[in-house]
Write a protein that binds this ligand. Structure first.
Ligand code: SAH
Length: 342
């Protein structure tokens, strides 16, 4: 059995030549696969070739759009169904500088963050490269426009599905495929420290985002169980290594929850922690008002968020407050899938 849609062009060419078919057929197949088209609709590929491929156990996997929600601000959220019925979510955000898609990397999540809807129900399975590529293909088809950027911030922990995510990144950025610039791709992690060291060596000039959310181990461990395996010192040391190896700036995500991590003390502690472990690194914190997902966390008042941001900015740590897009369609990850499961 071979998932042709998870292959690079050169792997597909090898496969096609192993069937003693001409090399240009591989390019044709590859083109269709990247457009999200199944065997039945590959109009210029002979039926005989497809039969041969299928008799050799070859297949293509496409995610299907199961539900689609469009926000007043133009954000589109998709519930996509995989070949085995698993459901994932993808979101397309339209910015002046282009279209960005937020994709899922796993069906469910094993990380157990206390505020996150994606982890309710645990991890069902990891996605194949084809299933990540297919989210991009389906969205491009649906909006009839190009996707210019990708954030790996949907359901799942990308570094928990490391090999498949790396393969996805290599294919999606290649010229013969979606040709999306690595500088327009961000990968977000809750902090799998061993994998951050691995990622630094991949020579992929993507942006790494770290879901930090707290600046003391006590608070972070209460919000994010992964912190009991790798604490803040270990995480930020890995970030510092990542910056030294790649020269790429890291973005820290900090979801503000009222009464949990949003006090002025928390802000000062965050400054001290970042400055202690990330010497010589440009520091950028993305503040996100936490999305109430019925798990006991509530966003702070707007004023509090701006006070928190100004404390960081005064200490020369760039803090931005993330604009919430698509809140009228539950666009933040995990909510739709969790709702469907009930
Ligand atoms: N597993 C990865 C990527 C997926 S989540 C990670 O942890 O980084 C994308 C971001 O949304 C993460 O920063 C995550 O912590 C945050 N997030 C999850 N649930 C949230 C909520 N209810 N409100 C605000 N941010 C949330």
């Amino acid at each position: 059995m071979k998932d042709l849609s998870s292959l690079t062009l050169s792997e597909l060419q090898q496969y096609i030549s192993s069937l003693e078919e001409p090399a240009y057929r591989a390019k044709q197949l590859y083109g269709w696969i990247r457009k999200g088209v199944g065997f039945e609709d590959m109009s210029n590929v002979p039926k005989k070739l497809i039969e041969k491929v299928e008799n050799n156990g070859g297949y293509v996997r496409t995610a299907k759009i199961n539900k689609r929600f469009e926000s007043k601000d133009g954000t589109i959220k998709y519930l996509m169904e995989l070949f085995d019925g698993e459901l994932i979510e993808s979101v397309v955000m339209k910015y002046k500088h282009g279209n960005t898609i937020c994709i899922s990397t796993e069906a469910g999540c094993a990380m157990g963050c206390a505020f996150c809807a994606s982890t309710l129900g645990g991890l069902k399975r990891r996605l194949f490269p084809s299933e990540m590529l297919s989210q991009v293909a389906q969205a491009q088809k649906d909006i009839n426009d190009r996707i210019d950027g990708i954030v790996l911030m949907g359901i799942g922990e990308p570094l928990d599905n490391y090999d498949n995510v790396i393969k996805f990144l290599r294919i999606v950025g290649s010229e013969d495929s979606f040709n999306i610039g690595y500088r327009h791709i961000s990968l977000s992690t809750c902090g799998l420290v061993d994998r951050i060291y691995d990622l630094a060596k991949e020579d992929l000039p993507i942006t790494l985002s770290i879901s930090l959310h707290a600046s003391s181990d006590e608070k972070r461990s209460a919000m994010m169980p992964i912190n009991r395996k790798w604490n803040i010192e270990q995480l930020l040391t890995a970030c510092s290594d990542y910056f030294k190896t790649t020269g790429r700036r890291i973005s820290f995500e900090y979801s503000l929850a009222s009464g949990e991590n949003d006090s002025t003390n928390d802000a000062h502690n965050l400054i001290n922690t970042l400055k202690k472990y990330c010497k010589g690194m440009p520091l950028h914190v993305n503040l996100i008002p936490i999305n109430a997902t019925g798990r006991g966390f509530a966003p702070p008042d707007k004023d509090n968020i701006y006070v928190f941001a100004s404390i960081l900015n005064n200490a020369h740590i760039t803090a931005t407050v993330r604009r919430t897009l698509g809140s009228d369609i539950n666009a933040s990850c995990g909510q739709l899938r969790a709702g469907e499961k009930k």
